[in-house]
Design a binder for this molecule. Structure first.
Ligand code: ADP
Ligand code: MG
Ligand code: MG
Length: 212
């Protein structure tokens, strides 16, 4: 597979659109667990990214520069927990992209593995803490395993997004151990974690982008 700088920019554009679409749903999930702003914070961040995609990044062909710029813009626009988490992930991915204008199968697998490692190091959450890591870790583990075993990136991403979905759904019955919602104790059970939900949605948008 060849994933061009334009494909990467189009993926980010599709994320912008999806977040606008799911904004109320994500805030609704956060109302049950946190301060009700997850849809709004994601929207603010991705709208800032959108503006940059239409201006500074319009003719940019370097996947490293694109991912770095998206990371920095998201970080400065977003005031909540997800700002530094996504920014770290995107910066780690940027490094993997090696200033290329086209990414191949292993670049894409390594990009997402580095993204997940970055978020994990930054936030310090593990599987079972009821955060976006419950989506991201199974995704990354399945992606690496399937790609090593089969060498088929698109199939590996397909299984990985399925694992991400199960991970997201698993947060419903978990007790929150990180972030704002951890203060709720037992009351944090019964709702999907908003960050786990948005992470799954972003990964499924990526899967769509490699299928089309
Ligand atoms: P805030 O909690 O500051 O209002 P958001 O509502 O935008 O931020 O995002 C909340 C989401 O951030 C949570 O649902 C959770 O998935 C994620 N999150 C919070 N802290 C961490 C962490 N330490 N590691 C990973 N994800 C985290
Ligand atoms: Mg919140
Ligand atoms: Mg908040």
């Amino acid at each position: 597979m060849i994933y061009s700088a334009n494909d990467l920019k189009q993926f980010f554009k599709n994320v912008v659109e999806m977040i606008e679409d799911k904004k109320d749903y994500l805030s609704e999930l956060d109302r049950k667990l946190g301060d009700g702003d997850h849809g709004v914070t994601m929207s603010i961040g991705w709208q800032a990214v959108n503006e940059q995609l239409d201006s500074d990044l319009k003719d940019e062909e370097d996947c490293t520069k694109i991912s770095m710029a998206v990371a920095r813009t998201f970080l400065s626009a977003v005031g909540s927990s997800v700002g530094p988490l996504y920014a770290t992930g995107l910066l780690r991915g940027a490094k993997i992209a090696g200033n290329k204008s086209e990414l191949n199968d292993s670049d894409l697998v390594n990009y997402w593995a580095a993204f997940v490692d970055g978020v994990k190091e930054r936030g310090g959450a593990e599987v079972g803490d009821k955060t976006m890591m419950d989506t991201l870790i199974p995704f990354s583990e399945t992606l690496k395993k399937q790609f090593t075993e089969t060498g088929e990136a698109s199939l590996a991403f397909e299984s990985a997004v399925e694992a991400a979905k199960q991970g997201m759904e698993s947060t419903k019955d978990l007790l929150s151990k990180k972030g704002r919602s951890s203060r709720l104790g037992e009351r944090s059970k019964g709702a999907i974690d908003p960050g786990a939900a948005s992470a799954y949605l972003i990964l499924s948008i990526f899967l769509d982008s490699i299928k089309s």
